[in-house]
Design a protein around this ligand. Structure first.
Ligand SMILES: [Zn+2]
Length: 230
């Protein structure tokens, strides 16, 4: 069992409210629409009791989408809550029921890429040992993990790619579940690998489809491992 804080749940010092936005994307990351009750409004900022709309955390990009057809310009975590900034002042009020929609295509790509970077990370560190992770990011276009590393990943990349293809072919199950210590924190687990992660993921590696692994030097003693969907 390896426990690496690759995509930690984002902590916040925000203490203004003691409520919590229920995060429906943990139950079904493929859900593209839900209804919710508005719990707070502050100018263009809106809070709701439950959501499918992911807010940037642990390197994973926010979703794109709307609340009652009004575009969300920013989604940010605030403690256990999520605050959505709308493009215009909401015409609805606290207590109203609204419809939340996310860009399904973008979300699906993020799910695949986010899951893929975990596998790429673990395959890599099984080869070269645990290295200091200095950055990570997941968008709908690519996922990356940056390491403090004096060598180059160039030589081992073909083997990583082959092993990754093998994992996809085997359709290995992926599980995410709440941590015992704090149900708001979540654990990602697959293929005997585990790490804390509050992101959205595939249910098995076959869902990822196929990926292309790349590497880059991003400065002296720094290597980047990058994953794109093929
Ligand atoms: Zn993750």
């Amino acid at each position: 069992m390896t426990a690496i804080n690759l995509y930690p749940n984002t902590e916040s010092l925000y203490m203004g409210v003691d409520t919590m936005t229920k995060k429906l994307y943990h139950q079904d990351p493929h859900q593209e629409e839900c209804t919710a009750k508005v719990t707070n409004i502050n100018s263009n900022d809106v809070e709701v009791d439950q959501t499918i709309f992911f807010a940037f955390a642990g390197g994973q990009a926010s979703d794109t989408g709307t609340i009652n057809n009004i575009p969300v310009t920013e989604a940010k975590k605030a403690g256990k809550n999520i605050i959505y900034t709308l493009e215009e002042t909401p015409p609805f009020a606290v207590g109203d029921t609204v419809t939340i929609q996310v860009d399904k295509e973008k979300r699906e790509r993020i799910i695949k890429l986010h899951s893929a970077i975990h596998f790429a990370y673990f395959l890599l560190t099984e080869k070269i040992g645990q290295q200091k992770l200095i950055g990570s990011n997941v968008t709908d276009q690519k996922a990356r993990a940056d390491f403090a590393y004096d060598g180059s990943f160039a030589e081992i990349l073909p083997e990583l790619q082959e092993q990754f293809n093998e994992l996809i072919k085997k359709n290995v199950p992926v599980r995410t579940f709440p941590s015992d210590s704090d149900p708001e924190k979540r654990i990602w687990e697959s293929h005997g690998w585990t790490c804390p992660c509050g992101g959205t993921h595939v249910a098995s590696t076959g869902e990822i489809g196929s990926v292309i692994l790349k590497r880059k030097t991003i400065g002296a003693g720094k290597e980047r491992l990058e994953v794109r969907l093929a």
